[in-house]
Design a protein around this ligand. Structure first.
Ligand SMILES: [Mn+2]
Length: 430
């Protein structure tokens, strides 16, 4: 296994903190024991937790106004995988990478597959892109792609999605995530029913080419870049489409793609109850699709989402939606943000395991409102940091991933070995 952070440095880093971690772990073992919780069972599940990272997440993000690239950021998919491998080596929680095509289109898929395998990485859902025009593209997506009024544009977008599936098969992926920006900026611009009909027809065409062990994940988003209406704007439209298309067509929830204050954990419950919850894009937001680091704004919401997922898995342990981070790192080192965020999502997951579900069910049935909400808070307020540290220590990662990464000098080295591509500096969103 190729590892880019020196193993001796990692061992040295862990050795300094191991005694303190063991002591904290023993204290928490005793504390949880008093509540009848076996810490070993929780630790085991923490170690099994994984979340995919987006290939585009290791580059510096941007806004509509500007992008401030950092030194040493990856210039191609191989360098992106190098960075993803560092995130996984230190966090031990991110063994899968989600690709965006054509941004990450390889000349030789086998070479890319092997390159990922040397790091112990594999490929999660493939993402198609019909929200921007590529150089040399015949038809423009300016007025839509899969929902366009012109059949020829729709066909071009359908063919692109089929190409992404075929590439994904060569890379070992099992899912295609489709987000279309199609919508309108002004009342009257677009016929609501016709555009949704076109969408359904297009997705059905793609679905015909879906391998039997694959899923299509439909990602909804309330607005942007369309500011009046978006064809798949909410979970309702997503659910209707997924149900209409077929069994292997599911909905994907991106936490930032809803109106402020929307009860996302209830959307999770609804979609899961009817067998249509296929995956997540985790991030956090204050206002809209801010794509901030997971858990940085509303960690309680993240916990409540996992509370629902753990509740669902209590009834169906085989249930496993796809988890992926989908964030834009504009002012932080993307590797640091991805490690930190993966741990925050893992933290919400672990806390959800500590909810006393028997007590919660009792309080719900008795309409003991105060104690029902207090039962959730009891789990949320527990400090589970040492469980996460122990999971990484035992899994061969770093007790403190960000600190270990900084000490390693990895970014200084990439700043030297990856001279910036001047042509890409100063652009807006990537
Ligand atoms: Mn997303």
């Amino acid at each position: 296994m190729t590892q880019l952070i020196d193993q001796n440095l990692l061992k040295e880093h862990n050795a300094k903190q191991e005694k303190a971690v063991t002591s904290d772990y023993n204290a928490l073992t005793e504390k949880l024991d008093r509540s009848g919780i076996d810490i070993g069972t929780i630790l085991k599940q923490a170690k099994q937790f994984t979340i995919a990272v987006p290939s585009w997440g290791v580059g510096t993000g941007g806004t509509r106004f500007a992008r401030f690239p950092m030194k040493g950021e990856p210039r191609n998919i191989f360098e992106k995988l190098d960075d993803c491998s560092v995130v996984h080596q230190l966090s031990r929680a991110t063994p899968a990478v989600s690709l965006h095509i054509p941004w990450d289109k390889p000349k030789d898929p086998n070479e890319l597959h092997q390159y990922a395998t040397q790091y112990g990485l594999h490929f999660d859902a493939m993402n198609s892109n019909t929200f921007q025009d590529q150089i040399g593209q015949e038809k423009s997506y300016k007025f839509g792609s899969l929902t366009h009024t012109d059949r020829a544009v729709r066909k071009q977008a359908i063919d692109h999605n089929i190409e992404v599936i075929e590439l994904g098969q060569k890379l070992g992926s099992k899912a295609l995530t489709i987000w279309v920006s199609d919508g309108s900026n002004f009342p009257g611009q677009q016929h609501f029913k016709n555009s949704f009909t076109n969408y359904l027809e297009s997705i059905k065409e793609i679905y015909k080419r879906l391998p039997v062990d694959w899923n299509i994940l439909l990602e909804h988003k309330i607005f942007e870049p369309a500011f009046y209406s978006t064809v798949i704007q909410d979970w309702g439209s997503s659910y209707l489409a997924a149900k209409e298309v077929g069994e292997c067509c599911l909905s994907l929830v991106d936490l930032g793609h809803h109106a402020p204050n929307i009860n996302i954990e209830m959307i999770v419950s609804r979609l899961a109850q009817f067998g249509k919850l296929g995956g997540f894009h985790f991030n956090d937001s204050k206002y809209g699709d801010d794509d901030l680091d997971s858990g940085s704004i509303n960690p309680y919401q993240l916990f409540l989402v996992f509370n629902e997922l753990t509740d669902i898995r209590a009834q169906d342990p085989s249930y496993k939606p796809l988890y992926m981070l989908d964030q834009s790192h504009n002012v932080t080192d993307p590797i640091e943000s991805l490690m930190y965020s993966a741990v925050e999502v893992q933290r919400a997951f672990v806390k959800s395991l500590l909810v006393n579900r028997k007590a919660l069910a009792h309080y719900q049935n008795e309409n003991d409102v105060l104690m029902a909400q207090a039962t959730l808070k009891e789990a949320y307020n527990l400090d589970v940091e040492v469980i996460l540290q122990m999971a990484r220590l035992q899994g061969g990662g770093a007790i403190d991933p960000v600190n270990c990464y900084r000490v390693s000098g990895y970014r200084t080295e990439t700043a030297r070995s990856r001279p910036a591509d001047e042509s890409k500096i100063g652009s807006g969103i990537v």
